[in-house]
Design a protein around this ligand. Structure first.
Ligand code: C2E
Ligand code: CA
Ligand code: CA
Ligand code: CA
Length: 277
């Protein structure tokens, strides 16, 4: 039994060492990736629910790893969050996406809203207002077309700061959206206190529509609440026509999801914009 316990301990220890080493490796490689321009911005189009035309694009980061290929964010965003590297990545994404979209606007492609994710760390430790001001000034991207997506948890932790930061950003014309709405803290009181512009209904509530009656009720309630608070509402992760029909009937303003398009490269998104023009 003792030997068995030792063996188990050794196993756990090795696993732990592996995990720590993997994390350190990712961290070192990620630092390198930022310096070597291995990060890319992909764009997922956002659609108007009634006209089915593109009204926005969410910037989603990808890592073009020289040997491992295109790495999705779930493999490196958590490490970046834990190490603070997310500030450098987040600022890079903001700058790169604003630069790209400013170029498209200058070419006369249709206007749309650029949505950029803001991580909790970036929001609480960085000077986001200063970064936005510097980026819009440098790239010429109009702040009125920028929307920042923030998850609920971030807000509850630092309510006073969040209200100040949102107010300053909104004074510049930037819009604020709550990401993954419905999955965070259950207090709805902050919807009244925070200066907000939009709610993004989490994919978890959308995926079983229209058959799951609980999800249907929750989705309808979020849409009704958003509208009575004068907020826009977007459904995430729309994959089927049946889901879209439900959202159309429910007067949900916008949607994004695989039904229309996954996140795609800048070149592909440009083609999509041109085709719609
Ligand atoms: P998110 O902000 O909730 O982004 C939506 C995710 O859902 C994206 O995954 C998108 O590709 C995926 N998705 C879109 N439509 C569908 C659909 O119809 N079905 C399904 N199953 N999935 C769909 P992605 O690109 O892998 O990003 C994952 C998460 O990584 C994002 O979740 C966001 O939290 C984070 N992330 C991505 N880029 C950034 C960034 O630049 N900064 C920060 N802080 N986080 C980022
Ligand atoms: Ca998002
Ligand atoms: Ca989301
Ligand atoms: Ca369900």
């Amino acid at each position: 039994a003792k030997a068995e316990g030792r063996a188990r301990y050794k196993f756990f220890n090795q696993e732990l060492t592996k995990t720590v080493r993997a994390r350190l490796e990712i961290e070192a490689e990620l630092r390198h990736a930022i310096q070597n321009n291995e990060l890319l911005v992909y764009y997922q189009p956002q659609y108007d629910t009634s006209s089915n035309t593109i009204v926005g694009a969410e910037a989603l980061v990808r890592w073009a790893h020289p040997s491992k290929g295109l790495i999705p964010p779930i493999y490196f965003i958590p490490v970046a969050e834990a190490t603070g590297l997310i500030s450098a990545i987040g600022n890079w994404v903001l700058n790169s996406a604003c630069q790209q979209c400013a170029t498209w606007f200058a070419q006369g492609l249709r206007d749309f809203t650029l949505a950029v994710n803001l991580s909790p760390y970036q929001f609480l430790h960085g000077d986001i207002e200063q970064n936005v001001a510097a980026t819009t000034a440098k790239t010429g991207f109009p702040a009125q077309h920028l929307e920042l997506e923030i998850t609920e948890g971030t807000l509850m932790d630092r309510e006073i700061d969040a209200i100040k930061i949102f107010t300053a950003l909104r004074a510049r014309g930037v819009r604020i959206a709550i990401d993954d709405f419905g999955t965070g803290y259950s207090s709805l009181a902050y919807l009244k206190r925070f200066p907000l512009d939009a709610l993004k209904i989490d994919r978890g509530f959308i995926s079983d529509l229209p058959d799951d009656s609980d999800d249907a009720a929750i989705t309808l309630a979020i849409i009704a609440m958003a509208h009575s608070l004068k907020l826009n509402v977007l459904a995430e992760g729309v994959e089927t026509e049946a889901q879209l029909n439900f959202l159309q009937e429910a007067s949900c303003d916008f949607y994004q999801g695989y039904l229309k398009s996954p996140a795609i490269s800048a070149q592909d998104f440009e083609q999509l914009l041109k085709a719609e023009k």
